[in-house]
Design a protein around this ligand. Structure first.
Ligand SMILES: Cc1ncc(COP(=O)(O)O)c(C=O)c1O
Length: 505
């Protein structure tokens, strides 16, 4: 593709994405989305060289900083590759795309089956996994849960840290990641977890994984058998549900109340789960914190039943108020809890790095399982991340993000309360990157509201979609991390007007 043709294409994409100027994302974000969208849709193909940032800025009538911010972000995520001395190119291999990938996968599958004439048959497991996914069919737009702020990310520092390791070209760092990952990173994580989350951990117990999804997959494969029962919170994080279903587990939805996962008397007496998946620090998606009493009851039950608890502590770095609770793992006297964390929220989702803290006696099996099932690697990245943590940059970033996210949350919650009053209730706003808007009137069609919001350029997720059983409440999950504070008012106004039009008076 000629450089000028590419600029023209991007200009068209940008104009198409412009929409409501008052409520539109910042220009660097719009350029990022346009360029990423064009790559994903195949309008700009692998190997194509981008014009220089100076030329792009001139052709698109944007500042060079704006262009560089979008290009740097796409480079960090792996969509673009910078080749020293020759320029920036569209990567040959596109990264895993988190929330966008299921929709894209389906489009590709549809295209493939259209080409081949007859649809190909999936396995039963494949069919189960590809029926309606909680995250599919939503674009990344304001209020998209799971999206984070990139503007605060110190991209140049991150590039420098990585470049240092690439320059030194230590042969060992190019190998598979054996024995649970890069030891200095495991040391840094163990230190961080014992100080800030009261996790009882030695560096050897920390396994570096490619994120929560892989940690859960590994735990389910090694600790459970096909057909075993697993308890999940209802409503539940769809990613966890998928991983457990893929392992062939029978999922039992357990209701959630203000104290977190709330098994009934019959569940406590008759339940025989092999594994329990919980988000005690910030229940996903309702946002409740599990009470101390409930934590103790769950641990006691797990010890009696000899079942495993998988604690998903996915966003407790962003706590804005209320009483901080230590980890469930820290209270566990019988080594029944596997503790999982991720760098998806504090760094960026495409980094695909997380950690799993495993009871000591399980370590040999988990080390072997991790290596044999996934052939882990990315030691260069792990080394750079170690420096990022030990030099204090991660803490600085978290502090900055916490301030930014708190301001966004406050603004959004205030606007919603002012506009919708007692028609709604906001839950789970004490920490994390999303809040849950609960409708006080029963029977509201939250799916329809989410579709209408999507048509107006907003991504909100219907709460009903997160239930495995019959939805107990209707509502919307709103991510605030992605909308700068000054842009919250117009978007919140737009969303509130839409919700008001759908709710009975
Ligand atoms: C409940 C929950 N756990 C974990 C994650 C992160 O998963 P991963 O580390 O695989 O990116 C998310 C991301 O949105 C989440 O909502």
């Amino acid at each position: 593709m000629r450089p000028l043709a590419l600029s023209e294409l991007l200009l068209t994409e940008l104009q198409r994405a412009e929409g409501d100027a008052a409520a539109a994302p910042p220009l660097n974000r719009r350029l990022y989305l346009s360029l990423r969208g064009a790559i994903l849709a195949g309008r700009i193909t692998a190997g194509v060289q981008l014009p220089s940032t100076r030329d792009l800025a001139r052709d698109l009538n944007l500042s060079r900083n704006t262009v560089m911010s979008a290009i740097n972000q796409l480079t960090a995520e792996g969509y673009l590759t910078a080749r020293q001395g020759s320029g920036t190119f569209v990567s040959e291999t596109l990264p895993e795309l988190g929330p966008l990938s299921p929709a894209r996968g389906r489009k590709l599958a549809q295209a493939a089956s259209a080409n081949s004439g007859s649809p190909r048959e999936l396995s039963q497991r494949g069919q189960l996994l590809t029926v309606q996914s909680g995250s599919a069919d939503f674009e990344v737009q304001p209020f998209a849960p799971g999206e984070i702020e990139f503007a605060e990310f110190p991209i140049q520092l991150w590039q420098k840290l990585q470049a240092k390791y690439w320059r030194s070209l230590d042969r060992d760092l190019l190998d598979y990641g054996q024995e649970g990952g890069y030891m200095p990173l495991r040391v840094a994580i163990a230190q961080y977890l014992s100080l800030s989350r009261s996790v009882r951990v030695t560096p050897e117990q920390v396994l570096i994984t490619s994120g929560t999804q892989q940690s859960l997959d590994l735990a389910a494969r090694l600790l459970t058998d096909h057909g075993d029962e697993a308890w999940v919170e209802d409503p539940c994080y769809w990613g966890a549900r998928r991983a457990l279903q893929a392992a062939g587990l029978k999922l039992k939805p357990i209701a959630v109340d203000l104290e977190g996962m709330a098994p009934s008397a019959a569940d406590w007496q008759q339940g025989r789960p092999r594994l329990i998946y919980v988000t005690p620090s910030h229940q996903y998606p309702l946002g409740h914190v599990m009470s101390l009493q409930r934590r103790r009851a769950l641990l006691q039950f797990a010890a009696q039943q000899r079942c495993w608890i998988f604690e998903d502590d996915y966003d407790s770095e962003f706590r804005f108020g209320g009483r901080p609770f230590a980890s469930l793992q820290g209270l566990d006297e019988h080594a029944q809890v596997l503790y999982s964390g991720t760098f998806s929220k504090v760094m960026y989702p495409g980094i695909r790095l997380g950690y799993l803290v495993v009871p000591t006696d399980l370590l040999p099996a988990f080390n072997t399982g991790l290596y044999d099932l996934y052939r882990p690697g990315q030691l260069m990245l792990q080394a750079a991340l170690t420096d990022f943590i030990t030099e204090g940059h991660l803490n600085t970033l978290i502090r900055r993000l916490r301030v930014a996210y708190q301001a966004r949350r406050d603004e959004l919650a205030r606007r919603i309360q002012r506009c919708l009053g007692d028609r709604v209730q906001i839950s789970g706003q004490e920490s994390g990157l999303h809040l849950c808007l609960l409708f006080n009137t029963p029977g509201v069609d939250d799916e329809a509201i989410a579709r209408a919001a999507d048509a107006q350029g907003m991504t909100v997720r219907p709460l009903s979609r997160y239930y495995l059983g019959a939805p107990q409440r209707r509502g919307l999950i709103l991510g605030y991390a992605y909308v700068p504070t000054e842009r919250v008012p117009p978007w919140a106004q737009k969303l509130c007007m839409l919700i008001r039009s759908q709710l009975p008076d």
